[in-house]
Design a binder for this molecule. Sequence first.
Ligand code: ADP
Length: 405
Amino acid sequence: MLKLFARFYFFIVIALISLSALLDNVLFNDNQEEEFLKLLAISLTQVQSQQQLQQLQQESHYQITLLPAQSISFPIAENSFEQSKYLLTYNEEGDAFIYTRFDNAQILQTILPAPERSGSGFFWYSLLFFTLLALLTALWLWPVWRDIKTLQGSANSLKQDGSIAAVSVPKGSSLRVIADALQQLSGKVQRLLNNQRELTGAVAHEFRTPMARLKFSMESIEPSQNKQSMLEDVTELENLIQEMLEFSQSEHHTPELAIAEIPVHDLTQQVIASITAHRQDSIKIHNNCENQLLIADGHFVERALLNLVNNGLKYAQHQIIVTTHKTKQQIQIIVDDDGPGIPDTLKEKVFDAFYRPDKSRARHKGGAGLGLATVKKIMSWHGGHCWVEDSGYGGAKFILEFPLT
Ligand code: ADP
C-alpha cells in the first residue's frame, strides 16, 4: 500500500510541475518578449540626432524622452553602455525601460508598457491546467480502478469450499500484493474448511462405537425414570453423530439421486406422520397442490422438510403450518411457525454449517447447526432454492422452492 501511496504522490507532484512549466512556456513565453526588447534597444542606439528623434517620436507609440545623463545612476549606465550600448530594466508593474546614449550629455529613455495579461487569459489558463491535470490523473487511476474491480470480482466469487476465481492482476500493478494476499487467504480458508470437514467426519466416526457400547450397557440397568432420561440423551447424541457423519460425507461427494415423480401432498403427510403423535397436534397442513407431482429424490426432500418441521417444533410457541404451493414454474413447500423468528442479519447465515446464532438457546434445543446446511445442500442438488422470511404467524417462514421440471 505504501508503494501505491508513493506512486500516486510522485505522480501528482511531477504532473503539477510539468504541467505548469509546459503551459507557462506555451502561453506566456517571456523569452520572445525579451528578444524583441533587445532588438528594439539595439535599433534605438542608432538614434543620434534631433531629427531622428523627432521622427521616431511621431511614428512610434512608445513614450520616448531625452534625459540628462546624470539622472540615471552613472556607474551602472556606464558599465552597461560599454558592454551592450543600451540598458534594459523593468519596474514592478512589468513596464520595460530602455536607455540608450544620445550624446555625451543626454540619454534616450524609451518606455514600453507591460503586455496585458487579461482576467479571461487567467481563466483559460486555469481551465486548461485543471483539465489536463484531471485527464492525467484519470489516466493514472484507470489501471488501479480496473485492478480493484478484478479484486472485487474475485472476492465476490468466494465459493462454499473457500476457493475463489483466479485473480488476474498484471505483474507491475500496485495492487499485485493485495491480489497475492487474497489468493493466499483463499488457500488458507480452503485448508481450514477441509480440516474441519475431516475432523467432523473422524470424530463422528470414532464416537459411534463407544456410543453403541454405552447404549448396550444401559439396556441391562433396571428400568427407572433416570434410565429413561439417560436413554433419551444417548439417542439425541446418536442422532447428532449421525447428522455430522452424513454431512461430512455429503461434503465430499454428491450422492446419486433417485429422481422420481412424488405426489407433493403425500410427501408432506408422510413427513408429519413420521413425527411422534403428541407433537403432531401442533402441526397444520395447507395443501394447495392436489395431485401435483414433484420431480425429485423423495428420501432427500423428506429429510429437508423433516429438518424444517423439527426446527419448527423446537422454536414454535403453539403452531407450525406446512403449506404447499404451486407457481407457474415452481413448487414451494413452506414451513411457518409462531416462534421467535430469525433476525434479518442472520437470515442467510443460519444456512451455514455449524452456525448457531444464540449458543445458549441452540445448546438447550440440541443440534449441531447442520440441519439448515443440509437443507440447503439438498435443495442445490435439486436445482432449487431455500430461504427464510418473517412469518405472518409471528415466527420464521422457511421456503423450499423446487423447479417444476
Ligand atoms: P440446529 O441443529 O442448531 O437446529 P440448524 O441448522 O437447524 O441447526 O439451525 C441453525 C440455527 O437457526 C438454529 O440454531 C436456530 O438458532 C436458528 N433456527 C432454525 N430454525 C428456526 C426457527 N424455526 N425459528 C427460530 N430460529 C431457528
